[in-house]
Design a protein around this ligand. Structure first.
Ligand SMILES: Cc1cc2nc3c(=O)[nH]c(=O)nc-3n(C[C@H](O)[C@H](O)[C@H](O)COP(=O)(O)OP(=O)(O)OC[C@H]3O[C@@H](n4cnc5c(N)ncnc54)[C@H](O)[C@@H]3O)c2cc1C
Length: 311
């Protein structure tokens, strides 16, 4: 990554944590117009409608209600109730859709016991056939997230967790989870991390991502019942992964690709047409500022989109 991109990314990720900006930016029309590139709307109805439209392509959805680091227990209960209502809607409409939750939205900063109780309600309500994914947040949350994931997976078959390829520790985490037959969504990682814990260079993250994918889709992992979701928009990486799976005899429907709403849609449609399973993660909700800043940081060129909307 060149220096100017690095600085821009650092500034955007720092901004994502700024309370003052978080409270003000969403009021501006240009910001709301720009965020529409990444989410169909703030209401759950908007997300459900977008998932319905994806049906035509045979692409499933994963819904996430934006929110993180809540500071009062009733907020966590409201977020949980919201997911439960959404699961009812998914069932009523017969959608091939799952949900993905952030543990800090379910109260992790307040009490891990209460957070687990909220998570458990969502998993139980989803039923055994619908996976509830747990997002992975910044590195200080990895241990506790994996601890709660392990606890949930021991009891429920329908729970998956996100792991980040930029972290050095992830190969070890995969090995430790393997006996549980986990569902793992592999991503590159979206937070500002220190070089003490994460690869600073994109080329190393990409290489690690590929190595971890080979492990997740290798014979021992498949025998252990691992469900793998490859969550990236990186077409070169996708090409290498599909080449690897073809040569290793992994069937196209033994794993799936996941992307974010509004990014690389034609590539996901192509993958689906070629016989792979595919899902799009659709976000909704009013608390979009930190999430939106992370989307801008992933591709600082997106900032020009915001500038154009401002003008
Ligand atoms: C389904 C899903 C779930 C995720 N869950 C988590 C999570 O729980 N925790 C976490 O830390 N991260 C999560 N992420 C984000 C992830 O960590 C990356 O930050 C993000 O996917 C960008 O990385 P990339 O793999 O697409 O590769 P990159 O190398 O960043 O991008 C490859 C190409 O994709 C396109 N692209 C990527 N991002 C954007 C963007 N924002 N706008 C426009 N084009 C873009 C560009 O063409 C770029 O050249 C998730 C991503 C997905 C797809």
């Amino acid at each position: 990554m060149d220096r100017s991109m690095f600085v821009m990314r650092t500034v955007l990720l720092a901004a994502s944590q700024n309370r003052w900006l978080r409270d003000r930016v969403p009021r501006y029309r240009f910001a709301r117009r720009t965020v529409r590139r990444f989410m169909p709307g703030e209401r759950s109805e908007d997300a459900l409608g977008a998932a319905q439209a994806l049906r035509a392509h045979g692409i499933g959805a994963v819904f996430t209600h934006l929110g993180e680091n809540i500071s009062e227990a009733p907020e966590a209960v409201r977020a949980t109730d919201g997911y439960i209502a959404l699961l009812d809607q998914i069932q009523r409409r017969g959608l091939d859709s799952e949900v993905s939750v952030k543990l800090t939205q379910l109260g992790l900063d307040l009490s891990s016991a209460q957070c687990y109780a909220n998570l458990k309600r969502i998993i139980q309500h989803a039923g055994p056939k619908s996976t509830v994914w747990i997002d992975m947040e910044a590195s200080p949350y990895v241990d506790i997230t994996l601890e709660l994931y392990r606890r949930a997976r021991t009891v429920f078959p329908n729970v998956g967790v996100c792991l980040q390829a930029y972290l050095y520790r992830t190969a070890h985490d995969i090995a430790a989870l393997m006996p549980l037959g986990p569902a793992i969504r592999l991503v590159k990682g979206a937070y500002q991390e220190s070089p003490d814990v994460a690869y600073p260079e994109k080329k190393d993250v990409d290489a690690h991502f590929f190595a971890l994918t080979c492990r997740l889709l290798g014979e021992p992992a498949r025998r252990a019942g691992v469900r793998t979701a490859i969550a990236t928009h990186d077409r070169e990486l996708i090409r290498r992964i599909t080449e690897f799976t073809a040569s290793a005899g992994v069937a196209k429907d033994e794993y799936e690709f996941q992307m974010l709403y509004g990014i690389q849609r034609p590539e996901l449609v192509r993958l689906k047409r070629d016989g792979y399973r595919a899902r799009i993660l659709i976000a909704y909700g009013a608390y979009w500022f930190p999430w939106f800043m992370r989307r801008l940081a992933e591709r600082p060129a997106n900032v020009w989109l915001a500038v154009r909307n401002l003008i």
